[in-house]
Ligand binder design. Structure first.
Ligand code: SF4
Length: 362
């Protein structure tokens, strides 16, 4: 990729900014925000989350933790509770660690240079460029899947976006195109353009003011861009949850392992890579060792499904009642009325909301 600016490069930047001035009416609560803390929160929430869902979480988060000191001094449980249901909990873990780092090591002041921002835990080049440009007007172009899609279609770039070469190519091109005098406006414009006009599915080419010079549109090849190298292999996981009720309590544990949903709570789990029938589940060695053989099944629900980026989770909830079995070491009993105070993965939260667990067993 030549580093020299061509007429096509200039056309792109000029027309993108023109679109932004005349037609961009996308509204989001963090748009035009200058506080690096709030920009950081919005960008982290928006990773892997749609704007509609992210907006509610952003508003709640800022209401609970309006600045970095409030976030740093909150307990982990309070932060996880506000994050509950958003998924990708490593984001929340990193938010907490970085907030504490800035509060303790940087006197609560968010760093102002790109390199310092990039060095913070959980902040990659995209988020560092967004914070640097939006809060401090520094000339760093944002480059994510949206931006690469727009650039690959407009310039007809066939280098795959998930290869190292592709990342380098798109990063260089994005920084060449960036309007260095107004990086915040340019970055917001390309993000909004990718989200509302040059969309992944059914882009609005007929209304696009860049169409006359767009490679893929003129060649009728819009659907061939962007090019991806790897096909995502999705793993299927089957979670059989036993809601073990003993008097007015149920057994739960915290997920400690380095896996999805780390630090969130769950019921007694039997995990398999295939679908089992109820008999196989109940008679499995793992369940008999954890719960024993003497229990009464109260309810078997339907399968719940949650799609994550690299895996699909299927969960079946089986409510059982036991009398005397001692609680295994990693679990503890919590009163059903107290469950709502704890943070659960979305799939469990959905189950709890749809199936009121009785406070006591008659
Ligand atoms: S013409 Fe279509 S593919 Fe080209 S930039 Fe516009 S929306 Fe994207």
């Amino acid at each position: 990729m030549s580093q020299k600016i061509s007429k096509k490069h200039l056309f792109f930047t000029e027309k993108l900014l023109e679109w932004n001035r005349l037609y961009n009416n996308r509204k989001m609560p963090w748009k035009f925000e200058k506080d690096p803390y709030k920009i950081w929160i919005s960008e982290i929430i928006l990773q892997q989350t749609r704007v509609e869902q992210g907006t509610m979480y952003y508003n709640n988060f800022i209401k609970m933790f309006p600045n970095i000191i409030k976030l740093a001094s909150a307990s982990d449980a309070e932060v996880y509770k506000v994050w509950e249901g958003l998924g990708y909990y490593s984001r929340c873990r990193n938010l907490i660690a970085t907030a504490k780092f800035i509060a303790n090591e940087m006197r609560g002041v968010f760093p102002k240079s790109y390199d310092e921002i990039l060095s913070l835990k959980g902040i990659g080049p995209y988020t560092a460029a967004a914070i640097s440009s939006f809060a401090f007007n520094l000339p760093y172009a944002v480059v994510d899947g949206n931006v690469m899609r727009v650039l690959s279609r407009f310039f007809g770039i066939s280098t795959s976006i998930d290869s190292n070469e592709g990342k380098k190519t798109f990063n260089e091109l994005a920084n060449l195109l960036l309007d260095k005098k107004q990086p915040a406006i340019y970055n917001q414009a390309i993000m909004d353009f990718g989200a509302t006009v040059c969309k992944p599915q059914l882009p609005l080419c007929n209304q696009c003011n860049l169409a006359s010079n767009c490679f893929s549109y003129k060649k009728n090849k819009v659907n061939e861009y962007p090019v991806k190298e790897k096909k995502l292999i999705k793993k299927e996981r089957w979670f059989y949850y036993f809601i073990v009720r003993q008097k007015d309590s149920v057994w739960i544990r915290r997920r400690e392992k380095k896996d999805i949903w780390q630090n969130l709570y769950e019921f007694v789990l039997l995990e398999k890579l295939t679908k089992l029938n109820v008999n196989e589940i109940i008679k499995s060695d793992e369940i008999q060792q954890t719960i024993g053989k003497s229990f009464t099944i109260k309810n078997i629900g339907e399968y719940y499904r949650q799609q994550l980026t690299h895996q699909t989770i299927h969960a079946l909830f089986i409510e059982i009642e036991i009398k005397k079995t001692p609680i295994p070491e990693e679990y503890f009993a919590v009163k059903t009325a107290e469950l709502e105070k704890l943070s659960f993965p979305k799939i469990i939260k959905d189950y709890i909301q749809k199936n009121t667990l009785p406070p006591s067993i008659k």
